[in-house]
Write a protein that binds this ligand. Sequence first.
Ligand code: HEC
Ligand code: HEC
Length: 246
Amino acid sequence: MKSLRGYLGAIAGIVVLLVAAGFIGWAIGHSGTKTAAGGNVQAASIDPSIANGAHNFVQFACVQCHGERGRGGVSPDVPALTTVGSELTVAQLRQIIDHGKGVVADPKRPFMPVWGQVISNTQVSDIVAYIKAGFPDVPGATPVSVPTGQGDVAAGTALYQRYGCVNCHGPNGLGGVPNPASPDKTIPPLSGTAFRGEFNTDAKIIEFIKSGSVLGKPPIVSMPHWGGVIPDQALNQLTAYIKTLR
Ligand code: HEC
Ligand code: HEC
């Protein structure tokens, strides 16, 4: 009897403990919710221009060359941007984004692309505000993720967004993005008979993406050099996707 009572007592004690633990858990859960809400309030207090700049930094694939929040580490040929916000003026940063930093006729390494015709004035201002603010954490400003196990075309479709190809070559590689100072007046499509005739092997497509092509001095927009930035597997996947474009 006594031992049964002992058991019951122990069980009751455990129940009390569990209820207490549950309550503590609930309390923690609630304070956690409060913290999360506090976090949102903080995010909402980020200047909208800076928040837009963080999204543009991802959309135009600055992040793919300059690293997450401009911290570098992608390629030895691409600098981190963590100190330029204090070293350079707004006008200097805008000049570099619009006009690049100069490239030789046959670049062997990644160069800073010319963005003036591709990124609107407001978007450039927002990116500069984001750089000047020191790359604050902006929830949701993250590159599109690449699906695994769904084949090269599915991965390539995501990579076409992730590396910002879409900004220059248009949705589905249809082209039509103005490049007024260039001979063709637009950035070429990655679809159509002319493209397919010229780029009729995987090797030719991959080689072009890796080495880029400089059409002329700014304000002409040229094809960036992606060698050393886009890994080989991703180049194969991008190519598989490009070959599906009609
Ligand atoms: C294809 C890779 C690539 C992409 C994409 C790219 N950059 Fe760059 N960027 C470079 C390289 C390489 C340099 C160094 C150029 C040099 O010093 O000649 C550079 C330099 C810069 C500089 C000057 C840094 C300094 O220390 O003077 C700024 C600012 C900059 N990039 C901003 C951007 C922004 C903003 C974007 C997106 C709109 C972007 N970059 C996209 C490769 C890239
Ligand atoms: C800043 C704008 C820009 C970005 C970003 C860009 N390209 Fe290009 N791309 C060009 C321009 C301009 C040309 C034309 C170059 C030429 O004719 O010599 C070109 C040409 C090409 C070509 C050859 C097409 C042809 O008819 O000459 C391929 C393939 C290509 N790009 C693939 C890509 C892929 C894949 C990406 C993303 C990883 C990408 N590009 C990102 C501007 C861009």
